[in-house]
Design a protein around this ligand. Structure first.
Ligand SMILES: [Zn+2]
Length: 280
């Protein structure tokens, strides 16, 4: 039986987005405050996922052995360093979070049959790399607050209560939203998307219009569509697909938490488009 195990590790390191072939003004224009001397730091959280068969001891791999490999090959080498200088890969391609995930994969791949490298720059921004050339994913996590009521307009209040329970009454949530985009890492800047522009698009197209609204009344789309978490996620995915494409990336997934217990995901890759086209 094939099984995937995950091991988490942490390190602290600094970096600077700076290309020597550009002058001061060009670096500043391209990378903003991240270009400042002498750089800035993060407490990175790394999650290494590997696959394998269970052995006679009931393990894919002894976790302490896995911990040791990650410690030797990554943590001891990167912890408390200036990333731009520590590994030659980062002199070729800047140590953005997505590029770091890619490089860590290649450093570990000869030791472990990897499935995924996940690297958190902070709890609301992380990269996923799965061994596909220069392709990686970036996820931004954010939140908004809104009220809604789950009810079909053609049904009575009693009938809606029958279907949606208490949610047929007006109430609100603090929604947590994760937007994942996928794309090719630039071989020089290390970036798969302009993060500032992505944040700007999410703010402008999603957070600003939806935050502190009564969805059923304030958002025209939900005048006829019941604003369940699933429909809100689908709406957000539709709002973001084209603008993210214009930034040179693809929307991969929208995950919406209505409460810590209830969440849903919309996958925006080709297979989900196919399902949509088929009327599913
Ligand atoms: Zn609700």
């Amino acid at each position: 039986m094939n099984c995937i195990i995950h091991r988490r590790a942490q390190f602290s390191a600094s970096r600077r987005y700076w290309l020597p072939e550009l002058d001061e003004a060009e670096n500043q224009q391209r990378f903003g405050p991240c270009s400042r001397f002498p750089g800035h730091g993060h407490n990175y959280v790394l999650v290494v996922s590997r696959a394998g068969e269970l052995d006679r001891y009931g393990m894919v791999q002894n976790f302490s052995g896995l911990k040791q490999i990650i410690k030797t090959e990554v943590i001891r080498q990167l912890d408390y360093t200036y990333l731009n200088d520590v590994w030659p890969e980062f002199r070729q391609t800047l140590p953005t979070t997505e590029n770091m995930a890619r490089v860590i994969w290649h450093r570990l791949a000869s030791h472990l049959p990897l499935v995924q490298i996940q690297l958190f720059e902070h709890p609301e921004l992380w990269a996923d790399y799965r061994g596909n050339g220069m392709e990686a994913s970036l996820t931004l996590k954010t939140h908004f607050s809104a009220a809604h009521r789950l009810a079909l307009p053609e049904l009575s209040y009693e009938e809606n209560c029958e279907i949606y329970g208490k949610c047929a009454r007006s109430h609100g949530h603090n929604y947590h939203l994760e937007v994942s985009v996928t794309g090719e890492i630039d071989s020089r800047t290390g970036m798969l998307v302009d993060l500032g522009a992505l944040q700007g698009a999410i703010n402008e197209l999603v957070l600003e219009p939806l935050d502190h609204t009564f969805l059923n009344k304030d958002i025209a789309y939900f005048g006829t569509v019941v604003p369940t978490a699933e429909n809100i996620a689908l709406y957000i995915a539709r709002l973001l697909t084209e603008p993210i494409r214009e930034l040179g990336a693809e929307l991969e997934k929208v995950k919406l938490f209505e409460t810590p217990n209830n969440s849903c995901e919309i996958y925006c890759c080709s297979s989900s488009h196919k399902q949509e086209d088929e009327g599913i």
